[in-house]
Design a protein around this ligand. Structure first.
Ligand SMILES: *[C@@H]1O[C@H](CO)[C@@H](O)[C@H](O)[C@H]1NC(C)=O
Length: 313
């Protein structure tokens, strides 16, 4: 990996979001709060779903998996970022940088595949309700979840291996708050065309295929919903998709604006803002989006709270 004199750099400097000490304090506090809300909110969602048999359905299993991935996601990014804000040196060893990149990419892609699995679930539930229980059986759900993890980790592994063979001869300053693929590629002094090609082809494919799948599912869902005669019936059917659609829109809106463009127009400043939104803010919002307008989820939360109360006495 760091063979001979080919690559002189064994660590990077992560400059983070800001170097202004006044802003640092403010940023540190807000990211700490977002981190705690994120881990807390998503853990509560997982506990509520596990603890209520009425929520032992494919939709909620996928949601619980999504919360799990969001917790991993935030743990990959935020603690390091907070520690970095406090430290003077801001150094990150090369291998840790690669590991962070690996888990970041893996979590991001798993998220999108889980959103696709949830779209499939809604599609079967709305367009083929009679076949729902046989199609979305526990085995099928487990397979969907396993495939999501496998594909994302293979994808991530490929990018990490390709990154590890590059040499870095300096400068080693990353104007970002974590080791993302593009900022690292920009620092390399070897030929990165293979990495770029792969990011643009296979990367776009892995990001876009769940998106296209979700879009097609929703075209069918909309068609089925429009065939429901009464307005109230339509609302009822569609309301089960509301939270999912909101998350999909947030996730893909930001992901596409960062990652789908030629590398020449890449701007680290814009990228930083958008990646904050989708690595920190959206995973934090997920639990709220899913629990605020959802009666089953609210009941499960109440049940969880009552159990906590009883345990205390
Ligand atoms: C993820 O989904 C699988 C399959 O539906 C389920 O058995 C498992 O409990 C879920 N895991 C989490 C952490 O929610």
């Amino acid at each position: 990996m760091t063979r001979g004199n080919q690559s002189h750099i064994t660590e990077f400097l992560l400059l983070g979001l800001s170097s202004d000490p006044k802003q640092q304090v403010w940023l540190f506090a807000s990211f700490l709060v977002m981190y705690l809300v994120n881990v807390g909110g998503n853990s509560v969602i997982i506990a509520a779903i596990q603890g209520d048999v009425r929520l032992h359905t494919p939709m909620y299993f996928f949601l619980s998996n999504l919360s799990f991935v969001d917790i991993c996601f935030t743990n990959v990014i935020v603690p390091r970022m907070l520690a970095n804000m406090q430290s003077k040196s801001k150094k990150v060893p090369f291998t840790q940088c690669l590991m962070q990149m690996y888990f970041f990419v893996a979590c991001a892609i798993t998220d999108s595949f889980l959103l696709a699995a949830m779209a499939l679930d809604r599609y079967v539930a709305i367009c083929h309700p009679l076949r729902y229980t046989t199609t979305m059986n526990p085995r099928c759900c487990l397979q969907l979840v396993t495939v999501s993890w496998l594909v994302s980790h293979l994808h991530s592994l490929t990018h990490t291996i390709l990154m590890a063979r590059l040499s870095f001869c300096g400068p080693n300053i990353i104007h970002h708050f974590f080791c993302d693929v593009q900022p690292l590629l920009m620092l390399s002094c070897s030929d990165t065309s293979l990495n770029e090609l792969l990011a643009f082809t296979e990367g776009s494919f892995v990001i876009m295929s769940p998106f296209i799948f979700i879009t097609v599912s929703y075209v069918y869902i909309t068609r089925a919903v429009l065939r429901v005669p009464s307005g109230r019936g339509r609302y009822k059917v569609f309301s089960t998709c509301g939270s999912h659609l909101t998350v999909v829109a947030l996730y893909y809106g930001t992901a596409i604006s960062v990652y789908i463009h030629p590398s020449s127009t890449y701007s680290v400043t814009k990228d930083r803002v958008v990646t904050v939104i989708y690595t920190v803010v959206i995973p934090m919002l997920n639990p709220f989006i899913y629990s605020l307008r959802n009666r089953d989820m609210k009941q499960a939360l109440r049940k969880l709270a009552r159990r906590k109360e009883q345990n205390k006495h």
